[in-house]
Write a protein that binds this ligand. Sequence first.
Ligand code: PEP
Length: 256
Amino acid sequence: MRIPLVAGNWKMYKTAAEAGEFVQQLKTLLKDVQGVEVAVCPPFTALYAVARELAGGKVALGAQNMHWEEEGAYTGEVSPKMLKEAGCRYVILGHSERRQYFQETDQMVNKKLKAALKWGFVPIVCVGEQLAEREAGKTAAVVAGQMEKSLDGLNSEELAGVVIAYEPVWAIGTGRTAQPEDAQQVNSFIRELLAARAGRPAADKVRILYGGSVKPENIASLMAQPDIDGALVGGASLQADSFAAIVEGSRLRGRA
Ligand code: PEP
């Protein structure tokens, strides 16, 4: 049974003060929610304020990025040890904005992923094609390449603990969601890649999220797909009511 996961990626929004206030509202809205895991991934500067508000509750804390080294001369970077101390359970790796604006490669994602597992985080590894790649019929090849290189060297047990987020780049922040059937096709393809690499039992345990303009209005049709196990939510995670509505729409409905 895969418990759905809904993770809010706040990107570079919300100061620590704004984040603390926001989480108070969110906690009230989600206090009775069951059958879904929920995480928020604030900017680094807000992690401690959010951790304080979330303490003892159901909503988990995540980070948006992480360096692979425990410490060192890496100006501007944040290490797994620091995120652990801040109380993070999840860490997003290889988001398309990191790949696009900060030249993050699959090889870097792979190093980060190994470090994340070593430090006991639940990594959320993002993959997805650009619009031109989709239009050229290259979606499967692009996603397979990202999966191959990002997951290199992991054993079946490690793979079973990874979360994959399929995020078509053209759907992120554009209001243009993938059709649920198209997202399902890619998510199912990702599961087959995992099965080929790690065996069916491990592949069946992996939660494969969809991300890209998820809103309260489209979450039900996405979650109706058998291989969509939750959502990575950007814009709509910045308002407590819309994020809570997405969480509500993602609750467990007897997944395999
Ligand atoms: C994201 O940032 O991962 C994302 C999916 O953004 P949005 O929901 O705004 O498209």
